[in-house]
Design a protein around this ligand. Structure first.
Ligand code: ZN
Ligand code: ZN
Length: 356
């Protein structure tokens, strides 16, 4: 697994060149060691994770197929390896190295060209987009915790509780079930607040007649989950039911359309056309979904700009929403994995409206 990933990078390297990865998620993906401020160097002969003293013991235990070197001065030690191997060009990740860091790298690697030309960030992100069985199994475990948390929280939601209390309760439950942290900042927004797609849970108390939108996820083995449900507190109005059922239909039809080789744009369009056709044009102002893995937002994404084609192994969310300013909002989000014939929905929670 790790060996294949290293080899996939290595075959793309021109003679006498090296790839230096500094993005934390990419370093985890390539080395197998999560959570470090390390750097991964891949050359024709070397595949090595450089870490400092704080991480060396854990890194040695985690890295089965990559060398681990203790360093107190990352770039100087890496420069020694480059000189010994007669490297002429080092490729770095243009999208995650700051201008200042690039200048430092250039000044330490004297006599060696430092370049972003090869696009090593794009190469590794394309690899990360297609999850292997081990990665999918971790994402499924994270999603199973998230589904259990949704069942649990339904027994705790009550008129008079604040959004913040609900968010905290969800997070506490997920940690107790083995989540390594929250996959992203938990969203719990009710009533008028639910019209803000990424509203922040606050002191607002849940009231009779509210919609409550919960968007949350867990982490297992460094891999994340992401789900959203909107539930009704008390009796929903006819308008609330119409909006909910429109979002549900958009999501159901988009999931049905997913198969290998379909353009991400076309999947987004299925949901968007249903929402616009129901008279809610302008009320679905975000993309239909995003890939999930080590990071919560990965590529490709289902949106109006992404023309990438889906491939088996991609794990992507399907999360249409309708947001009516100063009234309420509804979003329903599941994670799917693209399979050889279509897709498998990883989120097991009920999708039709739950009235509490
Ligand atoms: Zn979400
Ligand atoms: Zn999402």
């Amino acid at each position: 697994m790790i060996k294949n990933r290293i080899e996939n990078i290595r075959v793309k390297l021109p003679a006498n060149s090296a790839a230096l990865f500094t993005n934390e998620a990419d370093c985890f993906y390539l080395s197998g060691f999560n959570k470090s401020e390390g750097m991964v160097l891949i050359t024709g002969n070397t595949a090595c994770l450089f870490v400092d003293f704080r991480y060396i013991e854990a890194a040695k235990a985690a890295c089965k197929d990559m060398d681990v070197k203790l360093t107190g001065a990352f770039l100087k030690d890496i420069y020694e390896v480059l000189k010994n191997e007669n490297i002429k060009t080092v490729f770095i990740e243009g999208d995650s190295v700051t201008v200042k860091e690039a200048e430092t790298i250039k000044s330490v690697f004297s006599g060696i060209e430092v370049s972003t030309e090869l696009g090593i960030d794009k190469i590794v992100r394309d690899m990360r987009a297609v999850k292997d069985e081990g990665e999918i199994s971790l994402i499924k475990s994270a999603q199973a915790i998230t589904d259990r948390a949704f069942s649990y929280i339904q027994t705790k939601i009550a008129v008079g509780k604040t959004e913040r209390e609900i968010a905290l309760d969800l997070e506490f439950f997920m940690r107790g079930e083995g989540s390594e942290g929250v996959a992203f900042d938990t969203i719990a927004v009710s009533g008028k607040n639910s019209s803000k797609p990424h509203g922040v849970p606050g002191d607002k108390k849940i009231a009779d007649g509210d919609f409550l939108t919960l968007d949350f996820g867990a982490i297992v083995g460094g891999y994340r989950s992401d789900m959203t449900r909107t539930v009704a507190i008390g009796t929903p109005s006819d308008k609330m039911l119409t909006v909910y059922n429109t979002v549900l239909k958009a999501q159901t039809e988009a999931i049905k359309a997913i198969e290998p080789g379909i353009s991400c744009f076309d999947v987004d369009k299925v949901a968007r056309d249903i929402i616009n056709g129901a008279g809610f044009e302008g009320c679905f102002g975000h993309g239909l979904g995003h890939s999930v893995g080590i990071d919560i937002h990965e590529n490709p994404s289902f949106n109006t700009r992404c023309k990438d084609l889906t491939k088996p192994g991609m794990v992507i969310t399907v999360e249409p929403g309708i947001y009516l300013e100063n009234e309420f909002g509804v979003r329903i989000e599941d994670m799917i994995v693209v399979t050889e014939n279509g897709c498998e929905v990883l989120t097991k929670s009920e999708r039709s409206l739950i009235i509490l």
